[in-house]
Write a protein that binds this ligand. Sequence first.
Ligand code: ADP
Ligand code: F6P
Length: 466
Amino acid sequence: MESTGKSSFVVVANRLPVDRVLAADGTPTWRRSPGGLVSALAPVMRKYHGAWVGWPGSSDDAPGSFSSEDMDLVAVSLSAEEVAMYYEGFSNATLWPLYHDVIVAPEYHREWWDAYRRVNERFARKAADVAEHDAIVFVQDYQLQLVPNMLRQLRPDLKIGFFLHIPFPPAELFAQLPWRRQILEGLLGADLIGFQREGAAHNFAALADRYTEATAEDHRIHTADGRSVRVQQFPISIDVAEITDLVSEPDVVMRTAHIREEIGSPEHMLLGVDRLDYTKGIGHRLKAFDELLAGKEITPDDAVLVQVATPSRERVEAYQTLRDEIELQVGRLNGEYGRIGQPAVHYLHSSYERPELVSLLRAADVMVVTPLRDGMNLVAKEYVAARTDLRGALVLSEFAGAADELGDGAFLVNPHDIDGLKRTLLAAMRIDDAEAEQRMRALREHVLHYDVTRWAEDFVATLRAT
Ligand code: ADP
Ligand code: F6P
């Protein structure tokens, strides 16, 4: 449906919540976009009936504005060259690795930076067009860090919030960035800057103090032009009701049982669900699983690993290399320990609908979440939400933001410590029902208490009060 109105609540994100993809016969269709940002914000947007400004995920002509699921979607077009330089380049080969502990080396190219600036300007102009007078504009994530300041120049009447879904690095890493001052000044255009963890808010304040003319005082930053910017932690969460509703659907209940049968009814099903990203520690997880099989601490009848690896950023070199490495590891594991009709690892390089994902979460005895660095990790929270039966165990990396809240009930692990990871996987597999229930209760207390609606309400209320 066409829509041309202005909105009092505008989300600006790199992606729209749906991607425009071409069907086999060439007709354009829409598919839910990948990643945690969309999972978290889609329910919030349905509640606020706002407008969502974003890129529709392909470089052909954007369809303009249209409505979907109670939100106005406003498309920002990117040319193929901009996708290569702004999205694949500066966003995902410069900022992404820099902000995730330089797990792979960030690349610094001036043409990428120019494209990033140009595209951020386009997003800012589009948001300025769509926002009503005095509207709230909520800018998302590392792809759009210049938008707050650009938007403030265009529309000083707006309340501007920014939320970073990924970690914000410490000075020793951030200082590498040739455009560090510009990024910090871009963010300081917001009235409120939200981070997943307290440490990230602290890193940002210290860096703004050091590299811009602003001065930081605890959670407030005073800018050179006399404004005050609040920086604060807002750990993002999930749509608990969506998951609990799905859990009780008869199709999901049936599918959960089928999944167990289809993988050969092992004693333990271990599950990983991640975008195929080098930050997620998939290789470390496979190595630990491999060594457990090699040492005969588990057998392929005891334990089967299902690894969903969602296709992601497939034209970026580091992601292509990662895919080769992971698929080599999976192939070796299955060659060594699998039998006809019974692989040790079920590797699924695909996107799934929500009911299938929830069925997988329900089927798994052990959810394995082992990122080397992760802003939050919503999959960990989704697993907890899905376990209304108070069963199952969560193995969680201490380097995921979720570890701050879920440390009590999860089996925390350092994924670099392969022996520790092996011990933890075994402990999670061998947990008895009473301990599982006790841990799951502790986990659910956190997740159910603070869902994504509360997260959004907290953020928006704080923004209004600034
Ligand atoms: P990231 O934002 O880095 O991708 P998160 O764990 O925070 O990581 O969020 C991932 C989101 O994507 C979750 O909501 C998860 O359910 C969803 N997801 C992951 N894999 C798939 C898949 N194969 N198909 C559909 N959704 C997926
Ligand atoms: O915060 C994680 C994030 O980068 C989001 O910004 C993004 O929507 C998601 O992961 C998926 O990544 P991409 O949009 O590059 O496919």
